[in-house]
Design a protein around this ligand. Structure first.
Ligand SMILES: NC(=O)c1ccc[n+]([C@@H]2O[C@H](COP(=O)([O-])OP(=O)(O)OC[C@H]3O[C@@H](n4cnc5c(N)ncnc54)[C@H](OP(=O)(O)O)[C@@H]3O)[C@@H](O)[C@H]2O)c1
Length: 340
């Protein structure tokens, strides 16, 4: 039986998470029972929502308990099987958390076909972040040809797909990202029409220039100063899928709604649609997503970038970096080799 390593939540962060909020433990993975398989993690996905799971504030999902394994999606290899549907060497996608090995019920596993695309994409462009971009943009944002779509965190897992799908649908895509390198990538590699740096003190004025016909769809990933720059530019009947608010995930108290009145006035007078969503709300769209997104990736219409950190023990640092923009592309942790 292999020895395992896992990252547990040692304490609930106040503000930004710090190294002492995590603890690395060794453990002996259990033996799989009837219908179960033993898995070896290859790729661990790190995602901003994990900050929410570290907090016990009321949310749409239960928090990780203190001492519990940090939650997360993974791509893993079957290394022992008591389920006739799974053979040793099969690759699967599972929410097994920040650990090197896990036992899983075969019925809860999704097989990944390594011939379709690199297996890491099962937690990236062909997985949860890609599906978030697809459903939030198409089902709530509903971009029309010639309209302007704005998205921040534009070089990241979700934002990069949002802008590229907007372009496929004939809309103009304007990204917002942290720094010149990310903005150059978003424009030159991903083909967005423009991209602006959210740390530029002139952001609001430059955004106005980049969106001369106003904004029809704002895919909200960050909140904060970016939302304040975007807000005056909404066109009548603009749609705002609220996907994430990463600028606020480390807030220690609810921000005073100092301009809630102006916001609600705009919602009324401009007939805005603002709708929050969690990707699981659109589970019924999974087959459509996989069909369209895998075709777009195959045809080179949707490109993706991965940002790989080696070693499970480095996951806490990588996660803390993700919340501050240290990642450039989908943040992954390589927990073990592709081939054992
Ligand atoms: N609703 C759902 O079901 C769902 C599912 C998946 C993801 N999400 C949300 O989607 C958003 C993007 O997630 P992702 O996985 O694609 O992450 P990501 O974009 O790959 O990484 C997070 C990025 O956020 C940006 N950021 C951090 N603080 C910021 C700030 N104060 N202002 C502007 N940008 C900031 C950083 O990029 P820069 O360097 O460009 O600033 C950082 O790289 C997150 O809010 C996440 O919670 C929601």
């Amino acid at each position: 039986m292999p020895q395992g390593k896992r990252v547990v939540l040692a304490s609930r962060p106040v503000g930004e998470p710090k190294p002492s909020d995590f603890r690395i433990e060794e453990y002996t993975p259990p033996t799989p029972g009837n219908g179960e398989v033993l898995l070896r993690t290859i790729w661990l996905s790190l995602d901003p929502y994990m900050r929410g799971r570290m907090s016990d504030a009321p949310s749409y999902s239960a928090p990780v308990p203190i001492g519990g394994v940090m939650e997360g999606g993974a791509v893993s290899e079957v290394i022992a099987s008591n389920d006739p549907n799974f053979a040793i060497g099969d690759i699967v996608q599972i929410r097994s958390g920040w650990q090197t090995h896990a036992i899983a019920d075969g019925k809860k596993l999704t097989k990944v076909d390594p011939k379709l695309a690199p297996i890491s994409t099962a937690v990236g462009v062909l997985g949860m972040p890609g599906m978030t971009a697809y459903t939030g943009l198409l089902d709530i944002g509903k971009p029309q040809p010639g309209e302007t779509v704005v998205v921040a965190a534009a070089s990241g897992a979700v934002g990069s797909a949002v802008g590229q799908i907007a372009r496929i649908k004939g809309a103009r895509a304007v990204g917002i990202a942290g720094g010149k390198d990310k903005c150059d990538y978003v424009k030159n590699e991903l083909g967005f029409d423009d991209c602006l740096d959210h740390r530029d003190p002139e952001l609001a004025a430059k955004l106005k220039q980049a969106c001369p016909k106003g904004i029809d769809v704002y895919f909200e990933n960050v909140g904060g100063a970016v939302f304040e720059a975007v807000f005056p530019l909404f066109n009548p009947f603009a749609r705002i899928p609220v996907c994430g608010l990463i600028a606020h995930y480390n807030d220690t108290e609810a921000a005073a709604p100092k301009w809630a009145g102006s916001l609600m006035r705009a919602v009324l007078t401009k007939r805005l649609t603002i709708r929050g969503f969690i990707v699981s709300d659109f589970a019924a769209r999974h087959a459509d997503f996989l069909r369209d997104m895998s075709a777009w990736v195959r045809e080179g219409k949707v490109k993706y970038k991965e940002f790989v950190t080696d070693g499970l023990e480095n996951a806490p640092e990588a996660f803390m970096g993700l919340l501050k923009g240290a990642n450039f592309g989908k943040q992954l942790v390589r927990v073990g080799p592709d081939q054992a």
